[in-house]
Design a binder for this molecule. Structure first.
Ligand code: ZN
Ligand code: ZN
Length: 424
């Protein structure tokens, strides 16, 4: 048999999963600090949701969706992003009818049919947050700070920059769009075929195109800051004031346009110097019309997504350590092994991880104890059974002691504690 993983789908192996879990736990910890609650939507949604919720002129919808017809004849899609799914759930369950404010997060896999390359997979993972029901700019600032906190808790603050911009609103964006259309029309022959089509239907997308000639062509394109209305300008200034108050370092980037259609006003990315170009670790923004567009109440929101692959890739070494516990080995008699089982249940009952390989010979068990990295090995043999004791070997020093069976838990706890003290 030679069955391999589907192209672009990646196994996260145990030694990597330790770090993934660390990142998830940090995110959950910080979400709790900010009063966010978890919502877990399914991975599969009706295709229509993304056509409406992301915009059918985007790369995601045009080229990258995992869409298929299920056995009932419905067109369904593996979610390419989380926002539309979370908002669909909010509307479906009337969450905003019970409470006008919702602060929700979700963590999990997304799917896009992109060309696989280093660090980029067709199943990838995001930490996602949506904050609904607050129009004021300080809600934006606090949400941006939360994204920054999560990224910083894994990567440290060095080399991280928050880039912010305002994309304007329904009132002021049309003036910008017209100016941009005129600018693009004069450079049409420099644009890729996709952009030539988009420059009429959705010119903002052209600013986001990854084709080098397009990037170059739009370098001097008009920027939004010149055409923002009074309300948008004030909102944006206040977001920045809020970021100052929260102690988040940021830079204004007037060229920042996110790849999804629905953003209004605040948009942001967190970039890491160690990633070079295309260096965003996180990004998001405000979407005041999206909930209404999906059939919900006309309530604004702001959200973000953090790319977990990038966080894990950039995380410093040694961040997540293997759980500290003991290995339990028993000599080659049935009685000794039964006693080892009892010991392990007692250890686990006291919160001490207990690993073993009782299905193997004593010699093989001890080899595993040597390699396993557990600081303590508990040994049960004929002699120990007869005298009501157990042997404890400190795997860091190699020294061994015999302790009364009844003292096992307290003795191990003190050895594990001492190990921690030495490392600190
Ligand atoms: Zn405006
Ligand atoms: Zn292009």
């Amino acid at each position: 048999m030679d069955i391999r993983a589907v192209r672009g789908m990646n196994d996260i192996l145990p030694e990597e999963a330790v770090l993934w879990r660390f990142v998830e736990e940090e995110a959950r910890r910080i979400f709790a600090l900010y009063g966010f609650e978890e919502l877990r939507p399914p991975l599969l949604e009706r295709t229509e949701l993304f056509l409406r919720g992301i915009g059918d002129e985007t790369d995601v919808v045009e080229k990258q969706m995992y869409t298929f017809t299920d056995k009932g004849g419905d067109s369904v899609t593996l979610r390419p992003e989380a926002t539309a799914c979370v908002l669909r759930a909010v509307i479906e369950h009337g969450i905003l009818n019970k409470d006008p404010v919702a602060k929700l997060y979700t963590i999990g896999p997304m799917f896009r049919y992109e060309r696989p390359q280093k660090g980029r997979f067709r199943q990838f993972h995001q930490i996602n947050a949506e904050r609904l029901g607050e129009d004021g700019p300080l809600a934006d600032a606090e949400t941006l700070a939360m994204a920054y906190d999560i990224v910083r808790s894994v990567l440290g603050g060095e080399g991280l920059v928050m880039e912010v911009n305002s994309l304007g609103c329904k009132q002021c964006r049309p003036a910008f769009t017209e100016a941009l259309k005129a600018f693009l029309a004069a450079r049409e022959d420099l644009l890729c075929s996709d952009c030539r089509r988009r420059m009429v239907s959705n010119p903002l997308r052209v600013l986001d195109c990854k084709v080098p000639t397009c990037k170059e062509a739009v370098m001097d394109a008009p920027t939004l800051d010149a055409t923002l209305c009074g309300g948008c300008r004030e909102h944006h200034e206040c977001v920045k004031e809020g970021l100052d108050a929260l102690g988040v370092r940021y830079e204004q980037n007037v060229h920042l346009v996110r790849g999804l259609d629905y953003y209004t006003r605040t948009t942001f990315e967190i970039v890491s110097a160690s990633l070079g170009s295309n260096s965003a670790v996180a990004g998001g923004g405000r979407y005041d019309d999206l909930l209404g567009l999906l059939g919900g109440p006309p309530v604004g929101g702001i959200g973000f997504a953090i790319g977990m692959e990038r966080l894990v890739m950039l995380a410093p070494e040694g961040l997540a350590k293997k759980g500290e516990g003991c290995f339990v080995a028993a000599q080659n008699t049935h009685e000794a092994r039964l006693e080892a089982l009892r010991l392990m249940m007692e250890l686990r009952g006291n919160g001490i991880p207990a690993d073993s390989a009782l299905g193997r010979s004593f010699k093989a068990q001890m080899r595993r104890a040597d390699k396993g990295g557990h600081p303590v090995c508990v040994i049960v043999g004929e002699e120990e059974l007869r005298t009501g004791t157990v042997s404890l070997r400190d795997m860091r020093t190699g020294s061994q002691e015999t302790v009364p069976r009844a003292d096992l838990v307290s003795r191990i706890l003190s050895v594990l504690d001492k190990g921690k003290g030495e490392k600190a």
